[in-house]
Design a protein around this ligand. Structure first.
Ligand SMILES: Nc1ncnc2c1ncn2[C@@H]1O[C@H](COP(=O)(O)OP(=O)(O)O)[C@@H](O)[C@H]1O
Ligand SMILES: [Mg+2]
Length: 368
């Protein structure tokens, strides 16, 4: 593709503005994404979290131009200044090659079962560099497989996807993403389908891919714990919207949206997997015929009358880059994690566990 704005080393690489996606269905219109926006600068990492069905994947697919034709997409998605919504399939497909790489939950979505992994990496390399000789492409494929942590890459390069474990396949997908030398990597629950023991390794491989390519990262997950270790900023999604955005510190230490508090409360203990804390009760609303008001109100411990009538806008809470969509965000201000956990009725033991497992090395003692 013609690479637009590559010379500008500063500025946004990806800007999503007021993005909305609706799916007309037999039962009515599903409003899957409602006015989502974010901005990624070069090298940034943004975590997008939220329960299943909150619109995380549909947002990503809209950015990539991969939604079914029936989807109604509005708003703006700009990659290095170029508007992507409405771009032809051919241009979008070029862009998916070299500009934005996507990593899905299931690696088999991206891999072709009938070709060896080496062949698939080499093809990607040659698409961007048609002069590359077969032998060079193969050597580079071996290098890439080694970089993402595949043992004996010179042997594995000839393997077919079915001969590899799920974790190894996801590493191959990351190697292909790297071969594209993307400016943005969007990873949608890249470890959710994998065994817990390999999840951390895959996230490390993703970090390597980021470091080697300089790509900005959008990491989609339902697990706030993953975000803490791998992202600078966080967007919390609920019912198709961003309901809180800020730095990792903002979100973990001074959350301003009760839903975020609920997610924090349901962080699993890292040392004891089976024990999941769940102060958040109920389930997300249907995105078909959403009632007026705050979609989180039926589950919210801070709910008042206004919450049933008026959906709160996403607005400043704390500082310029920390935003919350809660009428009572200010009531959570000035509270440390302890009060915040009190506010949602989480027990002190839960708080202690949270502090244990997530506190950075320069632990903010005063918040616990
Ligand atoms: N093709 C589609 N047609 C109708 N509804 C859809 C379609 N794709 C997704 N949805 C709905 O959009 C909502 C958001 O889905 P999704 O983005 O996949 O959630 P998440 O990734 O956060 O779990 C869900 O209610 C889902 O059922
Ligand atoms: Mg999803």
């Amino acid at each position: 593709m013609t690479v637009i704005g590559k010379g500008e080393e500063s500025g946004a690489v990806l800007e999503v503005e007021d993005l909305s996606v609706e799916f007309p269905t037999e039962d009515g219109i599903v409003r899957a994404v409602r006015g989502v926006g974010y901005r990624l600068d070069r090298g940034d990492s943004l975590g997008i979290v939220g329960e299943s069905g909150s619109g995380k994947s549909v947002t990503a697919l809209a950015v990539m131009g991969l939604l079914p034709a029936t989807a109604r997409v509005r708003g703006s998605v700009r990659f290095e200044g170029t508007e992507l919504l409405g771009l032809s399939d051919a241009r979008l497909s070029d862009l998916r090659g070299s500009g934005i790489a996507m990593i899905f939950q299931d690696p088999m979505t991206s891999l072709n079962p009938v070709y060896s992994v080496g062949y698939q990496i080499a093809e990607t390399l040659r698409r961007h560099n048609p002069g590359l000789k077969s032998r060079q492409a193969r050597e580079r494929a071996v290098d890439l497989l080694g970089t993402v942590g595949i043992p004996s890459p010179e042997r594995r390069v000839d393997s077919y996807p079915h001969e590899l474990s799920g974790g190894m396949r996801q590493r191959v997908v990351i190697a292909i993403a790297m071969a594209n030398d993307p400016d943005v990597i969007i990873a949608d629950e890249p470890t959710t389908a994998l065994d817990v023991t390999v999840q951390a390794q895959i996230l490390d491989a993703l970090e390597t891919a980021r470091a080697e390519t300089g790509a900005a990262l959008v990491l989609i997950t339902h697990d706030l714990g993953v975000v803490a270790g791998h992202c600078d900023r966080v967007g919390v999604m609920y019912a198709g919207r961003m309901v809180e955005t800020g730095s990792v510190e903002d979100i973990f230490y001074t959350p301003r949206m009760p839903y975020t508090l609920g997610l924090l409360g349901s962080l699993p203990r890292l040392d004891r997997e089976e024990e999941r804390l769940t102060p958040i009760t109920g389930s997300p609303p249907s995105l078909l015929n959403l009632p007026p008001g705050c979609p989180f109100a039926p589950r919210c411990p801070m709910r008042r009358d206004v919450c049933d009538n008026t959906e709160p806008a996403l607005r400043k809470a704390g500082h310029e880059l920390h935003l919350s969509a809660c009428h009572f965000a200010d009531e959570l201000a000035g509270t440390g994690a302890a009060e915040v956990f009190d506010a949602i009725g989480a027990d002190s033991e839960a708080l202690a566990r949270f502090a244990d497992t997530t506190a950075p090395t320069n632990a903010e003692e005063d918040t616990v």
